[in-house]
Write a protein that binds this ligand. Structure first.
Ligand code: UDP
Ligand code: MG
Length: 306
């Protein structure tokens, strides 16, 4: 078995040497072949130099890819997973909050037949300003996604490599990877991992932590309607259009019979509903044009016999 440890990093110069050492201490005794894939997400400190220095020390074991600017953690994870050559991929944060000593227990869980093992920072060493929003976010995600784990956004995870490589990680989707895997039919489990306070530097996520909730809405929508937007917008549009036309039709017939027409609020409302209905259907059609012009959706294949 070959392990790839993928580490996204953004201005973590003080942690990288200790992290590399800790990973080696955790894995070397178990005789696994391994590589560390550092993805420098546009650091402005000496992180890239330190990665190069570490590569000089362990040329076989350390790879580094450096973005030209800060693209975000999802982008860094995505590239790292793409470049990983192991058959098992571990992702972890660079800031020493995740403890590599948990890697063996994650591998054991994978061997029980799971495709993704997510870390659970049960005793989390973070300030309340982080843990409280996390509680809400995890509760909501658990409810909506149907994945029964506690800690969706833990950066510390283990994957069977082919599974990790099918995940489409962009935007802020790194917060929902267990959801994406579960929805694709993969088996997701959780193990408790130790957690440490941040030793050097500071957290890279501010208010984006809260707005990350919107991504859940996007995911839910995309999951169902990505390839058939007209089914969503068209239905809404049709309901509005029919409701508006029925009411307006009623007033129209009344006008034909009695010759009287009063502009009542209900008439205005119906006209509004008809216009909105047409607009929703048009939005759905534009959605269809967009979705049919992007490359074909990738389906994740669990097994193939050829
Ligand atoms: N990170 C990154 N790009 C970013 C922000 C963060 O690669 O734009 C990395 C960061 O260096 C760390 C990991 O993602 O290795 C988690 O970030 P952080 O520790 O700041 O998150 P927190 O622990 O506060 O949730
Ligand atoms: Mg951290």
């Amino acid at each position: 078995m070959k392990l790839s440890i993928v580490v996204p990093l953004f201005n973590e110069e003080d942690s990288l040497r200790d992290l590399t050492k800790a990973i080696d201490i955790a894995i070397a005794p178990r005789k696994h072949e391994y590589e560390i894939v550092f993805v420098d997400d546009g650091s402005t400190d000496h992180s890239p130099d330190i990665c190069k220095e570490l590569h000089g020390q362990y040329p076989q074991k350390i790879k580094m890819y450096r973005f030209s600017r800060n693209y975000g953690k999802s982008a860094a994870l995505s590239l790292g997973i793409e470049k990983a050559s192991g058959d098992t991929i571990i992702t972890m944060d660079a800031d020493l909050q995740d403890d590599p000593s948990a890697i063996p227990s994650m591998l054991e869980k994978l061997n029980e037949g799971y495709d993704v093992v997510s870390g659970w920072k049960k005793r989390r060493k973070d300030p309340i300003t982080k843990t409280f929003p996390s509680l809400l976010y995890n509760g909501l995600t658990r409810l909506v996604s149907g994945v029964k784990i506690h800690d969706f956004n833990c950066g510390f995870k283990a994957y069977r490599a082919p599974v990790a490589k099918t995940l489409e990680i962009y935007g802020e989707r790194h917060r929902y990877l267990p959801v994406l895997a579960h929805w694709d039919g993969y088996r997701v489990a959780e193990v408790v991992v130790p957690h440490h306070p941040r030793k050097y530097g500071k957290s890279k996520f501010g208010i984006s932590r809260a707005t990350g909730m919107f991504d859940l809405l996007t995911l839910l929508f995309l999951r169902k309607y990505m390839r058939k937007p007209l089914h969503f917008f068209g239905l809404l549009g049709l309901i509005l259009f029919l409701a508006g036309s029925t009411v307006l039709g009623y007033f129209g017939i009344q006008w034909l019979i009695t010759g009287e027409m009063h502009v009542r609020p209900l008439v205005l409302l119906s006209v509004g509903a008809i216009i909105m209905g047409i607009q929703f259907v048009s939005i759905g059609l534009i959605g269809e044009m967009i979705t049919h012009s992007v490359p074909k959706h990738r389906y994740s294949v669990r097994e193939s016999i050829e």
